[in-house]
Design a protein around this ligand. Structure first.
Ligand SMILES: [Zn+2]
Length: 304
């Protein structure tokens, strides 16, 4: 990375000074150039994704209304993994922010209005997260505000792990990249406890899943891609800086809006219409002591 070129591009001598004197982050902070103001990033994200919404925020309130019942206990994932209560349905509420952190903030507001908190997993390969236009990996520093707001409202921020795609597509070294990312969040006063694997099509095509980067979930292995050999399953979740992986948490029910339709673990998708009512009906069938993960993707929410 040509630091001087980047600093000149940013027009910010302080940025250069920080990078040279601290040398803490190989993941560089993006300059506040006109292309990466927060408004510009939000406009791009909304333009590309807002029309994809399937569910309304009123429907989200309906889901929260159900979960506000006294027989539920709704928690962010790091609390969920250590909380057991046989007298209530214990819910770990999780959101994989694939492409829409702005909808995520709106959903966190709705949760807060019902006195609830949850976990939002931020995708490190997303277009709002970074740009490669001026070097190998430059984070949009303006997004810090969004991550801080989300952490405050939601209660927990996690990493939406797409490390296998990141190393094949952008040639990052996964272990040091991940440790630096956690360090970066720490500098924003955002503690990171866990990760949730992103279902990347590119990774699936390789016959792998992002969880396999961790030795906890895979034997050590290698694969070749475009003439280069990559490793997985070499380092543990703990070595990557995490205390948990979302799907490895102890739970027995799973409800998800993946693909813009609700699916319920153990229930044939063809037998229902995928509407919110299906999810609420499933919740109503659960018993005290059941442990439920609810997964949403903010891109499917906010339909007008
Ligand atoms: Zn994802």
């Amino acid at each position: 990375m040509d630091l001087f070129r980047l600093a000149r591009y940013s027009g910010c001598a302080l940025l250069l000074l920080l990078m040279v004197s601290c040398d803490v982050f190989a993941i560089l902070f993006a300059p506040l150039d006109p292309e990466s103001t927060l408004d510009e990033i939000e406009r791009r994200v909304r333009l590309r994704n807002d029309t994809r919404a399937v569910f309304t925020y009123d429907e989200y309130r309906e889901l929260m209304q159900e979960l506000a019942g006294e027989h539920y206990m709704v928690l962010p994932m790091d609390s969920f993994r250590i909380t057991f209560d046989t007298t209530r349905i214990v819910v770990g509420m999780r959101h994989d922010i694939d492409c829409h952190p702005f909808n995520a903030l709106e959903m966190a507001d709705i949760e807060n209005s019902f006195g609830m908190q949850s976990t939002y997993y931020i995708l490190h390969s997303a277009e709002y997260y970074w740009t490669a236009s001026e070097g190998p990996f430059v984070r949009f520093a303006v997004m810090d505000t969004i991550y801080r707001q989300l952490a405050e409202k939601a209660g927990e921020i996690g990493v939406h792990n797409n490390l296998i795609e990141m190393m094949t597509r952008y040639d990052i070294e996964p272990l040091s990249f991940q440790l630096e990312e956690i360090e970066y969040y720490a500098a924003l006063d955002i503690p990171i406890y866990g990760s949730a694997a992103h279902g990347s099509e590119d990774v699936t095509e390789l016959g792998l899943s992002n969880r396999m980067i961790y030795a906890d979930f895979s034997e050590y292995g290698t694969f070749d891609y475009r003439g280069k050999t990559y490793e997985y399953g070499r380092y543990s979740l703990g070595e990557f800086g995490f205390q948990y992986e979302a799907l490895a948490i102890d739970y027995d029910k799973f409800i998800s809006d993946s693909g813009g339709r609700w699916s319920i673990s153990g229930v044939n998708d063809q037998s229902h219409d995928g509407s919110l009512g299906v999810a609420i009906q499933a919740l109503q069938s659960f018993e005290p002591g059941d442990r439920v993960q609810i997964l949403t993707h903010p891109v499917w929410w906010g339909r007008e």
